[in-house]
Each structure stands twice: as C-alpha cells, then as structure tokens.
Ligand binder design. Structure first.
Ligand code: G6P
Ligand code: ZN
Length: 543
C-alpha cells in the first residue's frame, strides 16, 4: 500500500470551539477539510509515529467516511494501532474510558454532541488526549495554528477497513482493532454502582423511561438497564442510533426532550425518567412531575455519592462551571471538601481530576461526571441517581425537598437566544462589558449590585489563564446573572443568560422557578437589553 503525500492549503475556520471543531456537515465534506484538520492534529501532538489511538463517534451522518480517512491518515503517519468501536460507534464517555483503559496516546471522537445530524445539519471532530479528556486550550490552539500553515498531508492508498467485524486487521503497517463499543464501558459501570441492589429495585416494580433520542446511548442503556439490571423491555425508548437521530435534536433539555417531559408530567408517569444527548455525555433526569435542574443534580449527587460503592470513601472535591449554580458549593462546604469554579467546557476539569483535587464535576449544560473517565457521562449520572434512589428509598421529589431543606435552594434557569446575528450578540455583550466597572453599588430592579466582572480563570494546577469567560453581575442578596456567548453553535451566535437566586428557607423553597427569578430577569433586561436589542419577546430555550 502506498503512502500518498497530498498537497493542500489552509482552510479558514478550523478553530476548535468549546468542545472540538463543529461545523455544518457540508463544510466538513469540502475537499481536504477533514484531512487538513486530522493532519494538523497529528502534527500538533508531535506526530503519530508508534502511537496508539482510539476512534469512534455517535454515528451521525458522514461518520463512516471520516472514520476511514482518519484510519488511513493514522496509518500513513506511522501510528502503531487504532482501537475502533464497531461500526465506528463509541459514546464520548466510552471513548474516554477506552483511551484510559488501553493506555493509548489519545483518540478521535466524531460527533457534534447535542447538535442535530444529517447532510444539512452538523458534524464535529475532536481530539482527546492520553488522560481521556478533551484537548486543553494549549493543544487546541496549536492544532488551529497548524491548520493555518498546512501545506500537505499523508494518507494511505487503501480499501476501506471492515468496521463491522470485531477483531484485528491491518492497514499497511498499522493494527486496526475493532472492539465492541459497549462491554468495557458497561463493566466499568458495574464496578461503580450496586448492580444487585438496582436489579432488586427493578424486580420490585420500579419503572423508568430512558430516552436515547435515536442517538448513541441506545445500545449502552439497553445493555445496562434492560439486560444487566433487568428493567422491563421498552424501558429504553428511541434506542437505535440513526445517522440523523430520526430528525430529532438530540439535546436532553425540557425543550428538545419534550416527549420525555410530557410522559413524566403525565398521568402514567414512571418513577424516573432520563435522556442523553447525541454522543452520550449529557443527561437530563426527571422524577414524576419533577424536573431536576442540572445544577441541583450535581449538588444532590455530591451530597449522596457515598451511597454508591464507587464513591463509598467520599469525594475529594467538587468542580462546576462558573455559570452553574452555587448549589454544589454548599454541599462541598458541608462535606469539608474543596469546591472549584471553572470556565464553561469539560476540558477545564481535566487538571483538577488528574491531580485528584475533585471527584465530581458538573455543568448547567446538562453535564455531570466523575473521575472514572475524563468526559461528562450521561448514563453514569443516571446510574448514580438510580443508586441513590435505591439506597434512600425515596422518590426524586422527596430527595430534592430534603436537599433544599438542608442547604437552601439556588433557583436557577438559563435563557437562550439562538441564531442571533453575530453583530447583535456582540453589541449586547460588548455594551455590558463596557459598563461593568461602574455597576457595583448601583441599584437595579430593586436590587443592589455587589460585584460585576468578566470572568477569568487561573488553573490551580498548571496556572494557565483563560480570560473573557462570561460577564457576571451579582447582587447583595446573593442573586446573580451571567451572560456569555455559546462556543458550540454553528449558526450565527447563541446568547446565554444564566439566572440564579438563593433562598435559604424554610419558606419559599417550592416557588415556580421563573417567578422566583423574575427580579433577576428584570435586572438583566434593564442592564443588557437583550430583548430590546434582539427584538425577541422570549428566549428560544429555557432550561
Ligand atoms: C459542550 C461542552 C460542555 C459545555 C457545553 C456548553 O457540551 O462539552 O463542557 O458546557 O458544551 O457550551 P456552550 O459554549 O455552548 O455554552
Ligand atoms: Zn455531548
């Protein structure tokens, strides 16, 4: 087989965002687009010679073709071996696990996460490093830099590898090992959670609905929930991964997982509901008539993790992204462990996890995870919730009520304004940023501003600095709002407004969330004029 050296030139816009490179699928389909990015990645990590990688993704449209390109390029660049999920499928947490389990040099994940898939939707590619986590900014910057200077790439002239057959084959001098995408991950879950106890709970009639949204967690959830834990067949719905996710927007939030919400708030709701996203790292959990905000979920998991075998000896610390509510901080304080506030993006948790400073991490964007892998993990969160429900013998609403009674409640919501003209979004953000310094001490909507800044983060482990991570305005009563632009969208700009208000209790712990946040919503509008500038009456998504 011949190694071809193909001349190419830089293609604009190959800058990875919050989580890898995400673009419209047709952009990825342009000639040399994938090849340039893959070569730039291999160059930025110091070459592929002798290295082993993991490869897989959520199965979205165009993945089979990209998998073959990556394999041929790894072979041409001298890689020793690539471990591929069967049919090029791997959930993001499973890929992270395989990278760690096999002590590889990293891996390629083909996914645009919760963004829709298809010819006219989104595709994505990201590289995770040897710790199993998303590449840190230093590496994504180096990759981007390499894409701006690229002149050629190497690719093997070869037939497609059969990725349907489990086992080892060769591609030139490189070994390709096709593995079952589910087994190792399911085995890992079995070490963390009390499977016999969960089996008993299902056997005793516990009912749940897991909506895989026609995305990658279908096979994982079916194996774990229905086969290993004995949940009735049909517990997992939309369980077959489809290249276009059946036309769904595979984002587990109340807007896009509306079917699940309708069932859980309907007359025949099961005991527990959950959904995961395109690549399986996000989760939404819902009880009967009870929505659990991701920020509360993190706090409840932190407070109760010791009930699961994998966390019996307690947690080292908790980290959350800055826009996530401070509910988890209160738990950390009570437990006497460290709490960290990082910029948005799972990659910022990597150093803290590697250093053993934190065990649990979470984000308001429906991500929760622990040090078992270096990605957030949707099914893991579902299993930890199940383990807690089994141990406590309470339902979701009771657990939340107990939690708020003990720690107080951080009312929380995120309002998204999607597909805005970039100019308008920048007008709003730049306008507020320019006024931040003059805000402390002033009154707005009946509240006094205590502090206002543009969040910057110094990593406590390697001292790297990330600036401009979101504008935050906090009030003397502990309420706050945060404004930042999404780093994962592919169309125009998405402006996110994060709202939080703390109520210590015992009164007012069960208010309607939007009502409880009304003063903060009013303050944000009068300071940032989002609705006025965008001429929109309401956000597109409310979480
Ligand atoms: C991805 C990342 C998360 C991040 C989320 C929201 O899911 O893995 O870490 O919180 O995107 O990012 P965005 O920039 O769109 O708010
Ligand atoms: Zn995802």
């Amino acid at each position: 087989m011949t190694i071809l050296t193909i001349a190419t030139q830089p293609i604009d816009g190959q800058k990875p965002g919050t989580s890898g490179l995400r673009k419209k699928t047709r952009v990825f389909m342009q000639s040399h687009f994938v090849e340039n990015f893959v070569q730039a990645t291999l160059d930025a990590i110091g070459g592929a010679a002798g290295k082993t990688f993991v490869l897989g993704g959520d199965g979205r449209y165009f993945s089979p073709q990209v998998a073959q390109v990556i394999l041929r390029m790894c072979a041409a660049n001298g890689a020793a071996k690539v471990i591929v999920g069967q049919d090029a499928l791997l959930s993001t947490p499973a890929a992270s696990h395989l990278i760690r389990l096999n002590k590889t040099d990293g891996g390629f994940i083909m996914s645009a996460s919760h963004n829709p898939g298809g010819l006219d939707e989104d595709f994505g590619l990201k590289f995770n490093t040897a710790n199993g986590g998303p590449a840190p900014e230093s590496l994504t910057d180096a990759i981007h830099d390499a894409t701006t200077r690229i002149t050629e790439y190497l690719i093997l002239e070869a037939h497609d590898v059969d990725l349907a057959a489990i086992g080892e084959t060769r591609l030139g001098d490189m070994v390709v090992e096709v593995v079952d995408p589910v087994i190792d991950y399911a085995n890992l879950m079995e070490t963390l959670f009390d499977f016999p106890k969960l089996r008993d709970m299902f056997a005793a009639g516990f009912r749940m609905r897991f909506d895989a949204m026609c995305a990658i967690t279908g096979p994982y959830a079916t194996e774990i929930l229905e086969r290993r834990l004995g949940a009735p067949e049909g517990t997992v719905v939309n369980g077959t991964p489809l290249p276009d996710f059946g036309g769904m927007h595979p984002d587990p939030n109340p807007t896009w997982a509306k079917d699940l919400m309708d069932v859980m708030f309907g007359p025949d709701a099961p005991d527990f509901g959950a959904a995961s996203d395109g690549d399986g790292d996000r989760n939404m959990v819902v009880g009967k008539n009870t929505y659990v905000s991701p920020s509360d979920s993190l706090a409840v998991l932190a407070a109760n993790a010791h009930l699961a075998p994998g966390y019996r000896s307690g947690i080292a610390g908790v980290a959350r992204s800055m826009p996530t509510s401070a509910a988890a901080d209160r738990v950390a304080e009570a437990l006497g462990v460290e709490a960290f506030e990082t910029p948005t993006g799972w990659k910022f948790f990597g150093n803290l996890l590697d250093a053993g400073r934190v065990t649990l991490c979470g984000e308001e964007s429906f991500g929760t995870g622990s040090d078992h892998v270096r990605e957030k993990d949707g099914l893991w969160a579902v299993l930890l919730w199940l383990n807690i429900l089994a141990e406590r013998g309470q339902n979701v609403a009771e657990i939340l009520a107990d939690h708020w009674a003990k720690y107080g409640r951080n009312y929380y919501s995120r309002h998204d304004y999607e597909a805005l003209p970039t100019v308008l979004a920048n007008t709003i953000v730049d306008g507020l940023r320019a006024r931040l310094a003059e805000l402390p001490g002033t009154d707005v909507a009946g509240m006094t501003i205590a502090a206002a800044d543009d969040f910057a983060y110094t990593d406590p482990v390697d001292s790297s600095v990330a600036k401009h991570q979101g504008l935050r305005v906090s009030f003397t009563d502990g309420s706050r709002f945060v404004i930042r632009l999404s780093g994962t969208g592919t169309e125009g700009a998405t402006l996110r407004l994060y709202l939080e208000r703390y109520v210590a209790g015992p009164d007012n712990l069960h208010l309607d969330v939007q009502d409880a946040l009304a003063p903060v919503i009013g303050a944000a509008e009068s300071l940032a004029s989002i609705r006025a500038v965008t001429r929109r009456d309401a956000p597109d998504v409310v979480t």
